[in-house]
Write a protein that binds this ligand. Structure first.
Ligand code: NAP
Length: 327
């Protein structure tokens, strides 16, 4: 049991103090630190496995999986994400189809590209980089991606199937799938455990909760209207935080020995950094690592897994298209 964790869970009066202040207070008094779940290394391993499968596909059917990404506008972060996807595709041997459209592109023009990729048999996954400019209906664009190429797993049919017993979605949200993969690959038992998912977005929280339930965890979802989030979270063996609030989850929110997956990616001002900011998660890492048994860092935890799972979804789609069985 985490020695520091016991101290932190007894102290529920930390709200006025910033994450690091509490660590300074308690940090030196503890010997326990959680095992770091190295998302980078696990993602690399997944990508290597995918590359081997792509080679086999090329040998057997002479084709490679294809991923299409439509980028609208000039947001720097979105451009970076698309570059990362392109590079990842090249590394594993996928074909990459990129389209870059100006900010003032009409919805109809974007829909034309979606249709073009829907009809292209060399494309097995179509992604529209979010967020879209304000004049575009996200729902209309995402709804136009055919369910067979919905590698984001955001099509209502895929989400609906995920929620229903005995119905398999064609794809599931890759951020949520990445969380489950991290648990499985680090030997965390899910069945019979109490999991708390903080956040209920379509993209992470809700699919993560459904996936945990599918694997026989007892799941509680905490959201912005939950009156006692710390108390609820303290019951959890597994915590997935997908909130978008920097360092919301304090050490005092955790049961000693809990496994903590931090999906959050939040820029916070840091003038000591060249860019003027640093990235932190939704969990106060320094406190939580004194209490948890395993924890993902930010960056380098859940983030790298999302790209690996996007590739995995695209490979699955190509396998289906070519009648191949995944091994
Ligand atoms: P989102 O759509 O804004 O959803 C946030 C969720 O958190 C909502 O369900 C909201 O509750 C809940 N919430 C907000 N404040 C809360 C509070 N104080 N206490 C409890 N719950 C609260 O965000 P998202 O898209 O799921 O993303 C969440 C975080 O994950 C962000 O930091 C994002 O950047 C990051 N992210 C990372 C990856 C990755 O690859 N690692 C992928 C996607 C997202 P309500 O429903 O009641 O409003």
């Amino acid at each position: 049991m985490a020695k520091g964790g016991e101290m932190l869970t007894q102290d529920t009066q930390q709200d006025g103090q910033a994450c690091q202040e509490v660590v300074q207070e308690y940090g030196s008094a503890t010997e326990h630190t959680a095992t770091i779940i190295d998302g980078k290394a696990i993602a690399r391993q997944v990508q290597q496995e995918i590359a081997v499968k792509v080679s086999k596909m090329k040998e057997s059917v002479g084709k490679a999986p294809g991923l299409a990404v439509i980028l609208v506008g000039t947001r720097k972060d979105s451009e970076t994400y698309v570059q990362i996807k392109k590079k990842a595709c090249e590394e594993v041997g996928f074909d990459f189809f990129g389209v870059k459209l100006p900010d003032n592109t009409t919805q109809d023009e974007i829909l034309k590209f979606v249709k073009k990729f829907n009809d292209n048999p060399a494309v097995h996954g179509t992604q529209v980089q979010l967020p879209l400019p304000k004049h575009i209906s996200e729902e209309a664009i995402l709804g136009a991606v055919t369910i067979e190429k919905d590698v984001d797993g955001l099509h209502p049919m895929n989400v609906g199937r995920l929620a229903m017993q005995g119905r398999n979605p064609m794809f599931m949200s890759f951020s949520a799938k990445g969380c489950i993969e991290l648990l499985l690959r680090t030997g965390v038992v899910i069945q019979g455990k109490h999991a708390v998912v903080i956040g209920r977005s379509n993209i992470v929280g809700t699919p993560a909760a459904l996936l945990l339930q599918q694997r026989n965890a007892t799941v509680t979802v905490v959201h912005s209207k939950t009156p006692n989030p710390a108390e609820v979270t303290r019951n959890a063996d597994i915590v997935i935080a997908a909130v978008g609030v920097p360092e919301l989850v304090r050490g005092s929110w955790l049961k000693p020995g809990a496994v903590v997956l931090d999906v959050g990616i939040n820029p916070v001002e840091d003038l000591s950094k060249k860019k003027g900011y640093r990235l932190v998660g939704d969990v106060c890492y320094k406190e939580a690592s004194l209490v948890a048994s395993k924890i993902t860092p930010v960056p380098g935890g859940v983030g790298p897994m999302t790209i690996a799972m996007l590739l995995s979804n695209t490979l699955e789609s190509a396998n289906r298209a070519y009648g191949l069985v995944d091994t």
